[in-house]
Design a protein around this ligand. Structure first.
Ligand code: ADP
Ligand code: MG
Length: 727
């Protein structure tokens, strides 16, 4: 056994849970380290407080005088909590978060110093960001980037640093981050949805998009993870034979949480409480060592920030418990991968969830309006939605016969399927009084009752209606939610905008009553978007065939899928909704291609190295033991040895076969890599996807066979059975 594997195993056997004491009630510490509304009320002057609140609620600008006041209060508050530094916290296009800490401390001459933090520093910073990906934006415009305060997401303290959520933009105005387009999309959906709401309630002034994410992840002992170069360098295992026991007994799902893991979770939840992340549920997932954590939903921008922050905090807390968190979508072959369900809805400032049926026929008509418009938006933009969740790591889940497929479809349940069928049959144009009454009482009026029974959830659907929200389940566990949420809110915004135009046309042009017009347009939408509705098993082969007939896309790989981002239609959509201009869209596409290529390049190098430096030398070592054994047997048994040593000789031959295949496959893979490295953009990504990646499975297959043949004592890599069960 390699020293590394041996020592790692020894270390884990002796692990003790790190005990966590929760001294205060969670409600008492919730948001303790957040400069939230409550804190601001205490620390800000009335004028400054109102300035910030108006910026949050109405998007008004904060003038310099107010910014100075806010900064000085923020500093006082942060220092009272032990903060020494501040940072503009942002989400560059790497998908992670970025920060550069500056001390409050500043020398003021004469050998003296003081703590300084003014409005200028709060509002804008210029990080040296030349090494963040920008997809050519900054080169094209020779512009520098700056970060600017986003008052809609409150500042918080992590460790001893005051973190100020910011957007990251070029001086020419192009967004260099994930947050800026998201904020624009949220603005677009607010405008469009508020206008539609006015059909039903004139008092609605604002519509907010909400997001409740559910984060799946794996925990692996940190010593064991460190013994695997593939986990350290790629976040997943590139080889390893399935353990005798995996998830077949289903004994992990919702089972009791192992002690060490539970202590980690409690510690993590404590940190989340301080940071104002409202985590609520935790449980085991299907696979061994797999867990899930979910907060109560929040306004989408805040929820996205909280998820990014959580992913960061998870890693830090895990190391206190000698764990490594694996956020990769498929860290282990043969057992379930991880996702991040994005529960999404829209709510009015009058307190109505627009995707929750109400108590009156009118409020239900409003529900149906938003429900059907969302379905139509998904249907019209299914390929773009698929593109929004594409990544090298998520390709292992989507379309790989595991939840959910690469085909985007919508599940709505039996009862709502029936409701839509009835609406589809509504007469064109004006309705008779009888038909109106019928619709109101028997179709629209009955929705709240039927929904109560709508519990049969279809777990294979990538986009499912679950009673009062849609659940976008195909998002990757490692992904920044901003990207899919930007697309979802943009397509719904566009759809609602079109809907309003069509309804107004019927009202103003054809003299229809408002509700008649709404029924008429919805009927057409239901007819037009029926093809995206699917209630069956999304993993089945029949569905692939059926979806093809229906004209739904099935883009299984990232280079294929993300083409939809730069189609004429998508660019026009983003431009029309003021979410991104063409340069911004093209830049993101370029970055995603590059990221894909780089990830595969790294994986290819790592698998080549492991195969050659770990697996083959071990195989030869073991083969030598066998050869010695056979030579010995020959000495003892003479001519008879062939019968007696038959098994060993067979093994020697098989090992040689695997070694030869691994070697030649690695050679061929390197050749393909060299060719791919000469290419750029789409071509490079395609080459990695089609010519390099296929070798991974082939090389792995032979390495995994060797793992089963070779003396366990000699095998250098920590095995699945050792990685996967927390002691
Ligand atoms: P599960 O899908 O695991 O059965 P639940 O249905 O209880 O779980 O809820 C999952 C998530 O949905 C939670 O994170 C919750 O906050 C979120 N959620 C509930 N209502 C909304 C809403 N109106 N908008 C967005 N997310 C919501
Ligand atoms: Mg869920």
């Amino acid at each position: 056994m390699s020293k590394l594997r041996f020592n790692a195993l020894k270390e884990t056997v002796n692990r003790k849970p790190v005990e966590i004491k929760e001294e205060k009630k969670r409600s008492e510490i919730f948001g303790e380290n957040v400069f939230n509304e409550n804190t601001m009320r205490n620390f800000l002057t009335k004028e400054a407080f109102e300035g910030v609140m108006s910026a949050i609620d109405h998007g008004t600008k904060i003038d310099r005088k107010i910014a100075d006041q806010v900064a000085s209060s923020m500093k006082a508050w942060a220092m009272s909590k032990g903060a020494t530094h501040y940072t503009h916290w942002f989400q560059p296009l790497t998908g992670g978060t970025a920060e550069k800490h500056d001390a409050f401390f500043e020398p003021i001459g004469g050998g003296m110093a003081m703590e300084k933090f003014g409005g200028g520093q709060l509002v804008q910073q210029e990080p040296d960001a030349s090494s963040f990906p920008n997809g050519g934006i900054r080169n094209t415009f020779e512009a520098r980037g700056y970060t600017a305060w986003d008052p809609t997401s409150p500042a918080f303290i992590f460790g001893t640093t005051l973190c100020i959520p910011t957007v990251f933009v070029a001086y020419t105005g192009e967004a260099l981050d994930y947050k800026t387009p998201l904020l624009r999309a949220l603005h677009a959906v607010d405008d469009a949805a508020t206008a539609v709401c006015k059909y039903f309630d004139k008092n609605v002034k604002k519509v907010t998009s909400s997001l409740g994410w559910e984060q799946e992840y794996f925990l692996v002992d940190s010593a064991l993870a460190a013994s695997r170069p593939d986990i350290i360098l790629t976040g997943r295992t590139l080889l390893g034979h399935s353990p005798a026991k995996g998830q077949q007994l289903d004994d992990h799902y919702f089972g009791s949480i192992p002690n060490r893991a539970l202590n980690f979770m409690r510690d993590l939840e404590h940190e989340c409480m301080l940071l104002g992340i409202p985590v609520k549920t935790r449980h085991n997932e299907v696979a061994p060592n797999q867990f899930e954590l979910a907060p109560i939903y929040e306004e989408s921008n805040l929820a996205v920030d909280h998820n990014s922050l959580l992913m960061d905090v998870m890693g830090k807390v895990a190391s206190r418990h000698n764990f490594k968190v694996l956020l990769h979508e498929k860290p282990f072959a043969g057992i379930n991968g991880s996702g991040k369900h994005n529960n999404w809805s829209l709510a009015t400032d009058t307190g109505v969830n627009l995707l929750s049926p109400g108590k009156t026929p009118m409020s239900n008509l409003q529900f149906l309006t938003f429900f059907v418009n969302t379905i139509k938006a998904v249907y019209d933009n299914e390929e773009l939605l698929r593109a929004a969740i594409a990544s090298a790591s998520n390709d292992h889940r989507l379309g790989a016969n595991e939840a959910p497929p690469a085909i985007i479809s919508v599940f709505i349940g039996d009862q709502l399927t029936k409701v839509l069928k009835e609406l589809e049959g509504v007469t064109k144009g004006k309705l008779s009084p009888q038909e109106k009454t019928d619709l109101k009482l028997n179709v629209v009026g009955k929705i709240p009752d039927v929904l109560l029974d709508n519990t049969d959830r279809n777990r294979t659907s990538p986009f499912a209606f679950t009673g009062n929200k849609f659940e976008f389940r195909a998002v990757g566990s490692m992904a920044n939610c901003a990207n899919p949420m930007t697309v979802l809110n943009t397509i719904v915004a566009k759809q609602l905008k079109d809907f309003k135009i069509e309804v107004d046309k019927l009202v103003d042009g054809k003299g229809l009553k408002k509700d008649e017009a709404v029924f008429n347009v919805l009927r057409e939408y239901i007819k037009a978007s029926k093809n995206v509705l699917f209630e069956g098993n999304g993993y089945s082969e029949e569905w692939e065939k059926e979806a093809k007939k229906r004209g739904l896309s099935n883009n299984k790989t990232t280079p294929e899928a993300i083409k939809a981002k730069i189609s004429k239609k998508s660019i026009a959509l983003f431009e029309e909704m003021n979410v991104m201009n063409k340069v911004e869209v093209m830049a993101r596409h370029e970055i995603e291609l590059e990221e894909y290529t780089k990830r595969l390049q790294i994986e290819s190098r790592v698998i080549g190295d492991i195969a050659r430096n770990h697996v083959i030398p071990t195989a030869i070592m073991y083969q030598n033991t066998l050869i010695k054994n056979v030579t010995g047997l020959k000495e003892i048994f003479g001519a008879n040895f062939k019968k007696i040593a038959a098994e060993q000789m067979d093994l020697i031959e098989k090992i040689s076969g695997h070694i030869a295949t691994i070697n030649s496959k690695v050679e061929l893979m390197i050749e393909e890599r060299k060719k791919a490295n000469k290419l750029h953009g789409q071509k490079a990504a395609d080459a990695y996807c089609n010519n390099v990646k296929p070798f991974f499975e082939e090389i792995r297959y032979h390495c995994d066979k060797l793992e089963l043949m070779i003396d366990d004592e000699q095998w250098p890599l920590t095995k699945y059975r050792e990685l996967l069960f927390i002691r």
